[in-house]
Design a protein around this ligand. Structure first.
Ligand code: NAG
Length: 181
């Protein structure tokens, strides 16, 4: 009898595994929209998307992933998916010279040019699409780091709002100066 129960529960587990494997993952959804799956970190299981493309992704914890620059993911990432782009994005920030800029949108060229663009408010940051081929490990950030992050994000937001175009200008100035040192 015990053996039968064991066998039956094994059967049930196998069946549910097969079924859940057939369910679409958020990575399948990204792919179906012509977007690279590495835009989200490894291991995302919880997400919702409605027929208009509005989505919500829930991570186990806020975390940072290293690309060319670093990306920060909040626990909840939301946005609106359409082919080749994500609009109304919230929950992802990109680091630029120690400042964190909220990424408001992401898009790729259709047909693909091999580039991906991040709308960080002031400018579109351009990356190679190949950076986002595979989901990356995302390292949890400690609470105090999140607070510091929020603070820096606030400063970045304020700078972006009050001086559009200024940040890019200052960066250029800085590089310009450095070339002459
Ligand atoms: C994330 O979303 C869930 C469900 O919508 C909500 O209960 C939770 O408070 C959110 N967490 C944060 C940190 O915003």
């Amino acid at each position: 009898m015990l053996r039968l129960i064991c066998y039956l529960s094994f059967l049930v587990i196998s069946i549910t595994t097969v079924y859940s494997d057939q369910e679409k993952s958020i990575y399948d959804v990204l792919k179906a929209h012509g977007l690279p799956i590495g835009l989200l970190p490894k291991g995302v299981k919880e997400f919702k998307i409605d027929e208009t493309g509005r989505f919500e992704v829930h991570l186990d914890q806020a975390c940072n992933a290293k690309f060319e620059s670093e990306l920060h993911y909040d626990m909840n990432v939301t946005g609106s998916l359409s082919y080749g782009q994500i609009g109304a994005l919230s929950g992802i920030s990109s680091q630029e010279l120690f400042l964190w800029f909220p990424v408001k949108g992401i898009r790729v060229d259709v047909p693909s040019s091999g580039l991906i663009y991040f709308d960080v408010g002031v400018v579109f940051k351009q990356f190679s699409l190949s950076l986002f081929e595979m989901p990356r490990d995302c390292v949890a950030v400690r609470n105090e780091e999140i607070v510091a992050l929020r603070h820096r994000k606030f400063i970045a937001d304020t700078v972006a709002k009050s001086q559009p175009g200024k940040v890019g200008y200052e960066l250029e100035q800085e590089n310009f100066g450095r070339d002459f040192l």
